[in-house]
Structures are given as structure tokens and as C-alpha cells.
Design a protein around this ligand. Structure first.
Ligand code: PHE
Length: 332
């Protein structure tokens, strides 16, 4: 019995097989157990010696089993460690790093330019009262820009802001001059989507109010801005325009540095492209927020961030800015 056991024990290398062996010899129906049971058939004088011999064998086998169990445990541990080992010399997998959206890159550049001129960043809600978006900006009830076709109305007196100009009013309500702020943000108009239009787009408002602010200050600031963003060769051109909340008003074009005056899908063949509206803050607007127009004057402007971004990078379809296709975004 012992020799058989030792032979079988040698073959075993895992704990399941070891347990099976234990059951085979020492289990309830095991060999040793049945040997002990068989003692009943022996003559009584042979029983003590036989019993002793079987029990001795049982103890021996138990010790062998325990030794083997320890060996197997150590082996299994070793195997597990090997299986789980990490090869620190293997080259790593490079994680895909996201990038900033081109609109955010350009917005930050523009913010830096204006912060450099002493402006602070202001903010206002995208869901706005009619009062701030229109009324306080000297836009009367029958003005065409209030048309249901342009404006997303939430209720009678709440809209999705169609411009960042309501931030002008909010800032002037809560701050006295001198005021120097920019206010970047999303704006909404019920436009059909095409290469140059989107119902959601981005503007950056600028507002300066202080003693003796003139149109010359406006021109100087915007010229510095255009050169800082597009390069020292960039020129600006003021064209007379109309906005209800500025007087006089202008639209401002910049030279299209991207196509170097050869013509391109962004600015056509003129070499100029309109990028912002601006003007001197209308006295009615100042009066509405309790600032005396005889004491103070100011200028305001509204930059079209999407177009400035397209111009900066030569993007010829506005939809690319909103699709967030990784193949497009990873280029910036
Ligand atoms: N809010 C105007 C627009 O959306 C732009 C503008 C801002 C014009 C400030 C003048 C002064 O077209």
C-alpha cells in the first residue's frame, strides 16, 4: 500500500490531484479505512499488532501528504508569480492625447491680446431676457432683428441670446466706469446650416466706458488686436454701418493674410473679410443703465469668433467647427 501511495504521490503536481489521492487512501471509503474495517475478520490476537501497523501507516502517509501539500503550494505560488509578471522593458502603448478645439485656441489667443491691453473677462447667460438682448440695447419692439425667424424665443420675454451684447448691459448695471471688458460666448440665431452659417455660433463682445473715450480709441484697439492675431502686415478697414446700440457704427474688415490677397474661399477675391461690428455706445444705452452720457462715453465691438478662427487656420467650411470629427480636430 505504501509503495503504491508513494508512486502515485510522485506524479502529482497540483492541489486538486493531491486531494483526490488523499480521498483515495484516507477518505471514508479509502484504502486505509477499509483496511481498518477489515480487521474485524482477523483473529483477536492479531488485531492489536495489525491495528498498530495500519495506524502507523496512516500517520506516515499523512506526513507525506502534508509535505507534498506544502511543496505544491510553493510551486503554485511560483507559477502565479511568473504568470502575472510584468515585463517593464516592453514598450508602452502611447495614450491618445486630446487637443484643444481650434475655436478655443483662437478664443484664448484673443483673450490674451485684450488682457494685455487691460481688459477683464465678463460673462452672461445664454438664455437671456428680451430686456437685455434687445430692449436695453435700444432695439425697439418692431426692429427686424427681433423677427421670429432670427430669434429663438423661449417665452414672450425670454430668448436664446442672439448676440453677446446683453453682457454690456449686465456689466454696466453692476459696475461703474472705468469699464474695460471682453465677453466671449455662444449665441443663437435661427439660421439654416451651410458653409458660413450655423444656428449656434460664437462672438466676443468688447466694451470700454470712461471719460473721453473716442472713435480713435476704438480704431487703435482693434488695429492692435488684428495685428496681434494675424501679423504685423494686417490692415483694418472701417465701413459705416448701423446698429441700434452704437452711434456711429461700423463694420470692420481685416486683410485676409491666409490667402495673401490671391483670393480664397473665405474672403473671395477682395482680400478683405468682415470680422466684427463696432461703434460708440449709444447715449440711450448709457442712460438706460444710469451712466450719464454727458460725463462718459464708450465704445463697443462684437467679434465673430467662428470666422476669425476660420481665417486664422484657413478652414473653409464652418460645419467643420461643430462636427468634432477627430481627423479634423487633431490637426490643430
Ligand atoms: N451685436 C452685434 C452683432 O451681433 C455686433 C456689435 C457689438 C456691434 C457691439 C456693435 C457693438 O452683429
Amino acid at each position: 500500500v505504501k509503495q503504491g501511495f508513494v508512486n502515485e504521490l510522485e506524479q502529482i503536481s497540483d492541489s486538486e490531484a493531491l486531494e483526490a489521492l488523499r480521498v483515495k487512501y484516507m477518505g471514508k471509503k479509502g484504502l486505509i479505512t477499509s483496511l481498518l474495517k477489515g480487521m474485524g475478520k482477523l483473529p483477536s490476537e492479531e488485531r492489536p499488532a495489525t491495528g498498530q501497523a495500519i495506524n502507523g501507516l496512516k500517520e506516515e502517509l499523512t506526513v507525506l501528504l502534508e509535505d507534498k501539500a506544502l511543496q505544491i503550494k510553493a510551486m503554485e505560488r511560483q507559477r502565479k508569480l511568473e504568470a502575472e509578471a510584468i515585463d517593464v522593458t516592453m514598450p508602452g502603448k502611447r495614450p491618445v492625447i486630446g487637443g484643444r478645439h481650434p475655436l478655443s485656441i483662437v478664443r484664448r489667443q484673443i483673450e490674451d491680446i485684450f488682457i494685455g491691453m487691460g481688459f477683464e473677462i465678463a460673462d452672461g447667460p445664454e438664455v437671456e431676457y428680451d430686456y437685455y438682448n434687445f430692449e436695453a440695447l435700444n432695439i425697439p419692439k418692431d426692429h427686424p432683428s427681433r423677427d421670429l425667424q432670427d430669434t429663438f424665443y423661449i417665452t414672450d420675454n425670454i430668448v436664446l441670446r442672439t448676440q453677446t451684447s446683453p453682457v454690456q448691459i449686465r456689466v454696466m448695471e453692476s459696475h461703474r466706469p472705468p469699464i474695460r471688458i471682453i465677453a466671449p460666448g455662444r449665441v443663437y440665431r435661427a439660421d439654416e446650416v451651410d458653409a458660413t452659417h450655423s444656428p449656434i455660433f460664437h462672438q466676443m463682445e468688447g466694451l470700454v466706458v470712461d471719460h473721453g473715450i473716442t472713435m480713435g480709441d476704438l480704431k487703435g484697439v482693434l488695429d492692435v488686436f488684428a495685428k496681434a492675431l494675424y501679423g504685423e502686415d494686417t490692415k483694418t478697414k472701417f465701413r459705416p454701418h448701423y446698429f441700434p446700440f452704437t452711434e456711429p457704427s461700423a463694420e470692420v474688415d481685416v486683410t485676409c493674410a491666409w490667402c495673401h490677397g490671391q483670393g480664397c474661399r473665405i474672403c473671395g477675391y477682395s482680400g478683405w473679410i468682415e470680422v466684427l461690428g463696432a461703434g460708440m455706445v449709444h447715449p440711450n444705452v448709457l442712460r438706460t443703465v444710469g451712466i450719464n452720457p454727458d460725463e462718459y462715453s464708450g465704445f463697443a465691438f462684437g467679434l465673430g469668433l467662428d470666422r476669425l478662427t476660420m481665417l486664422k487656420y484657413g478652414i473653409d467650411d464652418m460645419r467643420l467647427l461643430f462636427e468634432n470629427d477627430y481627423r479634423f480636430l487633431k490637426q490643430f
